[in-house]
Design a protein around this ligand. Structure first.
Ligand code: SAH
Length: 239
């Protein structure tokens, strides 16, 4: 057989082989992810370089169920099972930017869900503590996060309404489910000059709120109207 023909067969085999396919798929996801960050994040006012880089890096498609993977970089929340959702990328971006964190920060997240937001935080800060109340989701997030080799993410199954006292105080706290009022434990566990980002409000009127602890007092800024899944207790009752 002619040398060129052998090389062509080899090349074709490589492209069609599983590795080739996986690589082509990955490249496609990477393109979609960069497009998402450009059009949904940067173009809508999220300018913090570190946040942009983290969102370009973390592979959102690994955090959604396989049947929704092709939609992983679309402009919307997606179902993750147990009636819960992974937040819309823009909401992840804006909440992360509001936290005003850096590589020295210690952050608490309430509502691990898929683990995507926790992974974004893991790229940006020193330690991340995240709590999820639905056991099935807590277990799934643990598996996903372990497969990605983050050693600064600490996950726990439990009720985030009472925070995570053991590691307090935190430089920043992010709540990705919505209670009607701010849980007192979260205020207590926030360090002086700390930031708490939380969607608060009654059923359909929720506001994304940034609170800063200054001289022990909370200074409140309402950022945008939002829709969020409710914060619930262990019996599923809404807080
Ligand atoms: N940050 C998540 C988004 C999850 S949606 C992500 O990146 O995928 C909000 C999550 O909050 C849901 O998984 C829900 O089960 C969880 N949740 C609701 N009430 C809670 C509570 N009291 N404590 C901890 N998690 C809670």
């Amino acid at each position: 057989m002619n040398r060129y023909l052998i090389i062509s067969f080899f090349f074709l085999g490589f492209l069609c082989g599983q590795n080739g396919e996986a690589r082509a798929q990955d490249m496609n996801y990477k393109e979609l992810r960069y497009k998402m960050v450009k059009e949904q994040i940067a173009a809508r006012g999220i300018k913090e370089r570190a946040v942009i880089k983290a969102m370009q890096k973390v592979e959102r498609h690994l955090f959604v169920p396989s049947q929704f993977r092709h939609l992983a970089y679309s402009d919307s929340p997606l179902p993750i099972g147990f009636g819960q959702t992974i937040s819309q990328p823009y909401i992840v971006g804006i909440m992360t930017q509001l936290l005003d964190i850096n590589s020295k920060s210690r952050v608490l997240e309430i509502g691990t869900g898929s683990g995507y937001q926790a992974a974004i935080l893991g790229e940006l800060c020193k330690e991340v503590y995240s709590i999820e109340i639905v056991e099935g989701l807590a277990l799934k997030a643990k598996t996903t996060i372990e497969s990605l080799n983050y050693d600064n993410l600490h996950l726990k199954w439990g009720d985030g309404y009472i925070g995570w006292e053991e590691h307090a105080p935190y430089d920043a706290i992010i709540v990705t489910c919505s209670p009607s009022k701010i849980p007192q434990a979260l205020i207590d566990q926030l360090d002086e000059n700390g930031r708490l980002v939380i969607p608060i409000g009654e059923k359909n009127v929720k506001s994304l709120v940034l609170l800063k602890k200054i001289d022990g007092e909370l200074v409140r800024k309402d950022v945008i109207p939002v829709r969020f899944v409710p914060m619930i207790d262990e019996r599923g009752k809404e807080y």
